[in-house]
Structure formats: structure tokens, C-alpha cells
Design a binder for this molecule. Structure first.
Ligand code: CP3
Length: 340
């Protein structure tokens, strides 16, 4: 079995496996060249191009896993929520969902294998070309709901929290529909060939632990309960260290943590015998001089202390300003410095 899949299972590996969130993206000149010809959505919906972009990231970086090129927002289309990607503002939802009537109108069930068949086809094509495992993914209910309700990017999440507190019934109805659709979508990706899954709860860190327990955790738990246990799952959240024990409780074989926590102490808190851990280099360190970056990566490796079950990653995605040779140097350094 590959080092990445073994680490997901907390089995010993000869070196620490590494992959990077957003390992395919604008920091690569080949990606920018494709994006001059097609929009981001067109790229996501073209299986041959999505496969090309996914495989190129693995080849250029020599990482231990690929992640299918797609986006967490694609599932909104079959749910009946129109959106677009703008060049400057990021994603924009046509009509934000803010009333009980609008939540009623969100579709109950999707057949992801049909509605998102282009993702399934991209997974099949990519599996045929990759020699490392392929990760499928989805956005978590809170993060998706926040886009639907805010209408785009937010720093305060006031609209989302307002709906959650004003009308818990409507909130739970929305979260329940999202959880069902997400579970169905993730299982369809496994059928198409995904060998591991990641649930991205990128913005859930804006919540207090008590609100996470009441308004989010039960819904996320229903997703993990429906996933095939033969395929390891990664539960990623950022921004709020107090939530990590709760993310673990909600489910997943691996908890993905950001750089705001010391990885070793966080892993001790979660239980090294109970869950694997992914992380957690600050992506900004990619912009530092190479020796500074390597020292920072060494700190992460020392925190993990070679214990089985550490998957090296950034605490969030590679940024567009990163340089490909620097990112590749990080991967090479982690492989060399962790060899046992
Ligand atoms: O390489 C990979 O990691 C796989 C592809 C991937 C993308 N988005 C491609 C993408 C994955 C796993 C995502 C997940 C995603 N999408 C998340 C969760 C992870 C995170 O970063 O927190 C979120 C919140 C989104 C929503 C999203 N998509 C935003 C906010 C934006 C705009 C910001 C930006 O970086 O432009 C996107 C667009 C997007 N998704 C791009 C890529 C490569 C850039 C699109 C482009 O202009 O080419």
C-alpha cells in the first residue's frame, strides 16, 4: 500500500508522505496558460483538462497523492443554486439563500453520478494515469451553507449566524439537505475511483465550540456515517484550534489542522492512537528563503516525531504567489528529512 494510504491508517511508513492543498493552481505557468483559454468552470467541467491539471501537479511536485481538480461549489448547481466565479471577488451566488421558503426550494436529493458526471469522468481518467492515490473531496455543510447564505466570501459570517440563531429549524433543514447531498456525492466519487476523501470545512472556525456542537456536528456526523469505511477520510478545518477535538468527534480517519496549533500537542490532545493528523506548515513560509522554509518544515516533522499517522501538508492552500521550484523543494526536503 502507498505511504499516503498507510499513514491515513496510522501504519508506519519509510518517510512522511506529503501532498498540498491547492497543489494545482495559478502558481503554475501551465495552469495559467490553460486559464487564458477556458474559464475556471469550463476547466472543472472538462474531464480531460481536469485530469491533465491534476496529473501535472503530481508530476511537477512528486507528491504522494493527487486531489481531483474540481471545486467545493460545483455541488450547488444540482441543488438549484446558481453561481459564478468572478476574477476579482471569487465566487458569487446569484440569489443568496436567506429565508425558510428559499431553503424549502433547495433540492432534496441529487444523483451526483449523473449531475456531476464530469467529476466522475475526471476521476476515472486520472486514476488511469496516476501512480499515487487519488483523493476525492467535497465542501462540508457549514462552509457550503455560508457561501449560499452570504452570497460570496465573508469575514464575519453575520448572515449565516443570523439565520442559524433566528431560525434553527430552517438552518437544520438546510444543513440536513446539504449533508445528504454531500454524502451521496462523496460515495459517487469512491465508485468512480477515489481512494481517499477529504471534507473541507474551511470557514467553520468562525463558530464557537458550543455552536459547532449544536448546529454543525450532528450533520457532519451523518456524512461520515454514510461513507465506505474501506476508504480513509480526512476532516479538515481551519481558523479555530478549539474545534479540532469536535471535528475528530464528528468523524474522519485523519484530522487536518492549520499552523495556529503546535502539531505535536494537538495530536496528543486528539489521541495519537485514535486518529491520524495532516498538516500544518503555514503556506506563507513558501515565500520565505529556502533555508528558512526548510527549517520551518523541520519543526513540523519534529512535532510529529516520526509517529505513524502524520501526513505532511500546508495548513491551507498553496497561494498564487508561490514558485513551483520552491514548492517542489519543500516536497523533496520533507521526503529526505523524514526518511527513516
Ligand atoms: O489542487 C487542489 O487542491 C484541487 C482543487 C481545489 C480547488 N478548490 C481549485 C480552485 C480544491 C480542493 C478546492 C476547494 C475549495 N474551493 C475550498 C476549500 C479549500 C480552501 O481553500 O479553503 C474553497 C473554500 C473553495 C471555494 C473557492 N474556489 C474560492 C473561495 C475560490 C476563489 C479564490 C481563488 O483562489 O481564486 C475558488 C476558485 C478556485 N478553486 C481556484 C482553484 C485552482 C482558482 C480559480 C482560477 O482563477 O483559476
Amino acid at each position: 500500500m502507498s505511504a499516503f494510504l498507510r499513514a491515513c491508517r496510522r501504519q508506519p511508513t519509510e518517510y512522511t508522505p506529503i501532498w498540498l492543498m491547492r497543489q494545482a493552481g495559478r502558481y503554475q505557468k501551465e495552469y495559467r496558460a490553460i486559464r487564458e483559454k477556458v474559464s475556471f468552470i469550463e476547466l472543472c467541467k472538462d474531464p480531460a483538462l481536469a485530469c491533465e491539471v491534476t496529473v501535472r501537479a503530481v508530476d511537477q511536485l512528486d507528491v504522494d497523492a493527487g486531489i481531483i481538480f474540481a471545486d467545493i461549489l460545483l455541488i450547488l448547481e444540482p441543488l438549484g443554486i446558481g453561481f459564478e466565479f468572478t476574477d476579482d471577488q471569487g465566487p458569487r451566488i446569484g440569489t443568496p439563500v436567506r429565508s425558510a421558503e428559499q431553503i424549502d426550494a433547495v433540492r432534496e436529493e441529487i444523483d451526483a453520478a449523473v449531475a456531476l458526471s464530469y467529476v466522475m469522468e475526471a476521476i476515472r481518467l486520472t486514476r488511469a494515469e496516476l501512480s499515487v492515490p487519488l483523493i476525492g473531496f467535497a465542501g462540508a455543510p457549514f462552509t457550503l451553507a455560508s457561501y449560499m447564505i452570504e452570497g460570496g466570501r465573508s469575514t464575519t459570517f453575520y448572515e449565516t449566524k443570523q439565520l442559524m440563531h433566528r431560525d434553527p429549524g430552517a438552518w437544520n433543514a438546510l444543513m440536513g439537505k446539504l449533508a445528504q447531498a454531500i454524502a451521496q456525492y462523496l460515495n459517487a466519487q469512491v465508485k468512480a475511483g477515489a481512494q481517499a476523501l477529504q471534507l473541507f470545512d474551511s470557514w467553520v472556525g468562525c463558530l464557537s465550540p458550543a455552536d459547532y456542537v449544536r448546529f454543525v456536528l450532528p450533520h457532519v456526523r451523518t456524512i461520515f456515517e454514510q461513507l465506505d469505511p474501506a476508504v480513509p477520510s480526512i476532516h479538515f478545518g481551519t481558523g479555530n484550534p478549539a474545534l479540532y477535538p469536535l471535528l475528530k468527534a464528528a468523524g474522519g480517519d485523519v484530522v487536518g489542522v492549520d499552523w495556529r496549533v503546535p502539531l505535536g500537542a494537538q495530536w496528543d490532545t486528539l489521541g495519537k492512537q485514535e486518529v491520524a493528523i495532516m498538516g500544518n506548515l503555514d503556506p506563507a513560509v513558501l515565500l520565505a528563503p529556502r533555508d528558512v522554509m526548510n527549517r520551518a518544515a523541520d519543526v513540523v516533522l519534529q512535532e510529529a516525531a516520526g509517529s505513524p499517522g502524520h501526513i505532511f501538508n500546508l495548513g491551507h492552500g498553496v497561494m498564487p504567489a508561490a514558485q513551483v521550484d520552491q514548492v517542489r523543494a519543500l516536497v523533496d526536503h520533507v521526503h529526505e528529512a523524514s526518511r527513516r
